[in-house]
Ligand binder design. Structure first.
Ligand code: NIG
Ligand code: FE
Length: 415
């Protein structure tokens, strides 16, 4: 058994379920505590003097925390990491005043990445995912969701999801796959409403069944937005995925209010994501449901939007709130959950405690993994990070630098 000692603090949310409301602000804190790890699991977290003798007797290895603060590994429950090619010139156009929507209409946007991703081999995608997950790990992420959605045809969606599976077997970060074939209409299906409906039929009759047959995704997802998938189309895709054993998530109310949050709640979706334009009705629907409000403040920041999701109202009305990076080449080119936590606190006015709970345990709940990960407590997988900081407040207070000194996943040091 491994003893991690000489910590200035252990700070973690607690429990195996989602945390709502004021409870998001209550962390379990052990000042100068220790961790004991048996194989891939925590055995103990707390005062060194209180380590039970039967556990103490089995400690045969010791790690010097050098005064670090231990927190759970970040759970990044919304990413688009299986992509090829970058869009820095498009970013530069945005800096000159063009909007994300204008760039998409002129042939850039998601479709630019679709072209590059279709051209890439599966092996190239594996390499890209491994590069990104190494960066994620260095910044403290130990579990990440990874969406397809830059293939938009059967072969290319399968290629992306197979690359996630292959990379996941070697990556420092545990990966959870989502089929987002309904991310956008592919260029060959954009001509007419009938062509668009034809792509929805292809998703339902070919793509989702093939993904399910190879068990390539745990979740399915759709982008319901004005000019992209209608509510009816999004609902059909998520119901189709559910019938094949995938759990739904939904890109909802990102650029306009389409009442996507209510749709996600009514479908029992694991999460409703983005929510910059969520209405009061949508907030009430999420608050009354187990669908997680997954907020992505790095996207607002990177798009230089004047609007962030109404995180305060979501928490205060009792919705389960999580935080994710949305890592993708168009609207959020970052792997850093530290940055996400800092933006959530400084821009969306979450407390540091709420941000930490949202970026760990509630993200784990949205991936249906809160039993196993998301907090530091006996019995859970030993996923934790050591911050070069005297306490957890430094996570936001000491912003813009990488505070991560060491990363452990399943009890093994991965960064
Ligand atoms: O989550 N909402 C749609 N999809 C991505 C953007 C993808 C892209 O621009 O490549 C998002 O923001
Ligand atoms: Fe997204």
């Amino acid at each position: 058994m491994l003893l991690v000692r000489n910590l200035s603090q252990i700070a973690t949310p607690a429990g195996r379920g989602p945390v709502r409301g004021a409870a998001m602000r209550s962390l379990t804190i052990h000042d100068r505590g220790v961790l004991v790890i048996d194989g891939d699991r925590f055995m103990y977290a707390g005062a060194e003097s209180a380590v039970p003798p039967e556990i103490r007797a089995k400690i045969d290895c010791d790690f010097d925390g050098r005064g670090a603060t231990a927190i759970p590994g970040f759970v990044d429950s919304h990413t688009h990491i299986p992509f090829a090619g970058f869009r820095e010139s498009e970013f530069n156009r945005r800096l000159q005043g063009e909007t994300y929507a204008q760039i998409a209409e002129s042939g850039g946007g998601i479709n630019a990445t679709v072209f590059a991703t279709r051209r890439a081999t599966q092996q190239e995608l594996v390499e890209h995912i491994l590069t990104r997950t190494r960066t994620m790990a260095r910044y403290g992420t130990t579990t990440a969701e990874a969406k397809s959605g830059y293939g938009l045809d059967l072969a290319s969606e399968l290629k992306q999801l197979r690359a996630v599976r292959e990379a996941g077997a070697q990556s420092p970060v545990r990966l959870v796959a989502t089929c987002l074939a309904a991310h956008e209409f592919p260029p060959e299906s954009r001509g007419s409403d009938a062509a668009r409906q034809g792509y929805v039929s292809t998703i339902l009759s070919e793509i989702l069944p093939a993904v399910a047959a190879d068990k390539l995704a745990v979740f399915c997802d759709a982008f319901v937005e004005r000019g992209v998938f209608t509510r009816g189309q999004g609902e059909a895709v998520l119901r189709g995925g559910t019938a094949l054993g995938m759990m739904p998530r939904l890109h909802a109310d990102e650029l306009t209010d389409t009442d996507g949050a209510s749709l996600a709640a009514s479908l029992g979706a694991a999460s409703a994501d983005h929510l910059m334009f969520i209405s009061d009705r949508g907030i009430a629907a999420l608050a009354a449901s187990d669908t997680v409000a997954n907020l992505l403040p790095a996207t607002s920041f990177f798009l230089m939007a004047d609007r962030y999701a109404p995180a305060r109202r979501l928490i205060d009305r009792g919705a389960i709130v999580s935080l994710s990076s949305d890592c993708n080449p168009g609207s959020s080119m970052t792997e850093s959950m530290q940055t996400v936590v800092q933006l959530a606190t400084l821009q969306m006015k979450l407390t540091v405690e709420e941000s930490l709970t949202a970026a760990t345990l509630n993200g784990a709940y949205s991936l249906r993994m809160a039993n196993e990960i998301g907090s530091i407590e006996a019995g859970k997988r030993a996923d934790f990070i050591l911050l070069d900081a005297p306490n957890y407040l430094h996570l936001v207070y000491h912003f813009g630098v990488n505070l991560v000194a060491a990363v452990f996943r399943d009890g093994r040091q991965v960064a």
